[in-house]
Design a protein around this ligand. Structure first.
Ligand code: A3P
Length: 291
């Protein structure tokens, strides 16, 4: 059990039936009892759905398109990751958030049922971003290869088993149903790709923000795939290589809709579609795997 290195490929461990990386499971009591503040904004996603993109857009909106604010620190500092936990002495997300001044912009990948109750008690705003599962699968595969603390995905075929943060189906469906009970803006990666400006206006409206057209234009320009890939504050290049090895695959990798077509075989695609039909039956939640 006792590793020589602080970081290694952590095994998954079940928390209320959801597989999470072992250090997160070990820290669960603290995460569950996290104290939200009424002005917290939660950005919730299944991994690889466009979290970083939304974090950047929201940070710009909140700060009126201020470039100095966006460039003052990497994404993960400006918008801490709620449940992330590493072996001590690395501070956990909860530790960091306790000393983060309000208003806090908090990232989570937790399934709806695992979100600390405090967020609902305080009636916090939540922005959920969903992405079609085929592109998620490809993106997650490359991420698991490069992120040295995630379980080794093995081959592309082998990785279709148990993933950190659990079932994509449960995630998107349960958050979809939750939007009728709480203040949740449910967004889609494909919509953001199709018309980024339209989607930025949607987020602004939700946050009660009005900005001049030229500021919105500037936000669009600074949150394109290309801009974020080149920007050291958003591309995770500041992470130690023991955690992320960008030489295997860059964190900001391809940023497209339907890259799955380059990776799924015909057979895998059919098999996936059949599973999708079954699991999505009875929900009015719809995804676009192409735009
Ligand atoms: P790909 O692996 O398909 O390229 P997350 O931030 O949730 O981990 O999601 C990462 C995915 O979002 C990656 O997908 C990444 O390239 C993509 N992404 C990041 N910034 C983006 C942007 N500005 N525009 C489009 N896609 C972006």
């Amino acid at each position: 059990e006792a590793p020589e290195d602080l970081f290694y490929r952590f095994p998954l461990s079940l928390v209320h039936g959801v597989p999470l990386m072992k250090p997160i499971a070990n820290n669960w009591e603290k995460i569950e009892n996290f104290l939200a503040r009424p002005d917290d904004l939660l950005i919730a996603t299944y991994p690889k759905a466009g979290t970083t993109w939304m974090q950047e857009i929201v940070d710009f909106i909140i700060h009126d398109g201020d470039l100095d604010q966006a460039n003052c620190a990497p994404t993960y500092v400006r918008s801490p990751f709620l449940e992330i936990s590493s072996p001590p002495p690395i501070p956990s997300g909860v530790d960091v958030l306790e000393t983060t001044p309000s208003p806090r912009m908090i990232k989570t990948h937790l399934q709806y049922k695992l979100v600390p109750k405090s967020f609902w008690e305080k009636n916090c705003k939540v922005i959920y971003v969903a992405r079609n599962p085929k592109d998620i699968a490809v993106s997650y595969y490359f991420f698991d290869l490069m992120k040295q603390t995630q379980p080794d995905p093995g081959t592309w075929e082998e990785m279709w088993t148990i993933l950190g943060w659990g079932s994509w189906f449960d995630h998107v469906i349960n958050w979809w149903e939750a939007k009728d009970k709480h203040q949740i803006l449910y967004m889609f990666y494909e919509d953001m790709k199709e018309d980024p400006k339209r989607e930025i206006y949607k987020v602004m409206k939700y946050l009660g923000k009005k900005l001049p057209g030229e500021v919105v234009e500037k936000i669009c320009q600074h949150t394109t795939f290309k801009a974020m890939k080149e920007n050291p504050m958003t591309n995770y290049s500041s992470m130690p290589s023991a955690v992320m090895d960008h030489s295997i695959s860059p964190f900001i990798r391809k940023g497209e809709v339907a890259d799955w077509k380059n990776h799924f075989t015909e057979k895998q695609s059919k098999r996936f579609d059949a599973e999708y039909e079954k699991r999505m039956e009875g929900t009015d939640l719809k995804f676009r795997c192409t735009i």
